[in-house]
Design a protein around this ligand. Sequence first.
Ligand code: THG
Length: 266
Amino acid sequence: MMIIGEKINGTRKQVGAAIRDRDTAFIECLALEQVEAGAHYLDVNAGTSSEREADDLVWLVQTVQQAVTVPLCLDSPRAGTLQAAIRVVERQAMINSISGEPDRLEQVLPLVAEQQCPVIVLALDDQGIPKTVEDRLKIIEHVVKATRASGVADDKLYIDPLIMAISTADDAGLIAFDTMRRVRELYPEAHLTGGLSNISFGAPARKYINQAFLVLAIEAGMDSAIMDPSSPGIAPLLLAAQAVLGRDRFCNRYNRAYRAGKFGSP
Ligand code: THG
């Protein structure tokens, strides 16, 4: 399971303020905390202010790279912002994201093809996020045609079914699992990812909903998630789910993490 740490996101109040104030220590802390908790990539999102976004993301990239060595996941819809960030990255970054929106296919896909980097594919287009699984699959099919035509291999793709909140639609979880199963069959080389905490938006005690979703999503084939790896209980849960699904030979990783004290006190 590839964990993309979500916490360096300028749409969060404190992070937005830290970006504005160029508070290096605050951002370094978020980076270290997530890497220590097991993040393999760190998502970096400068927030919404469009004129300042490129400068802000460049500063974020430089600041995070001073603190940790994990690669970054550059989270912006804008090609210009992504280009500026790519100029300063030290290790090949993942791009978050492309979609069926014509602008992004035209402007961001060439960047991905040039870099030959991993990329997140969102199941949405200029009409928005489709309600049905079938319509999401149509968009994904359209994007995969375009990535293949540009010389981007399917194993670079991290397909995001766009996880929605169960507080606004009862079937939000089912739609995500269904989309993931179908993507697994149709594009066996591609990966699956998504914003885990979207599922619990607007609900109390969100971590329980995130945990339930995560286990079921792993069973449906999800092999990556944008999430908070330092959320209490999530690390042992992840290891346990993978062991139960037969993806941890002799429960080696589970046992090793336990012996290393990573589960905390019972
Ligand atoms: N798919 C892809 N990228 C994404 C998302 C996705 N990037 C952004 C987002 N969704 C995932 N990242 C976050 C980052 C932080 C929080 C949630 C998702 C978060 N939210 C709390 C809340 O909403 O209450 C706290 C807000 C705050 O601290 O102000 O922390 O789906 N490809």
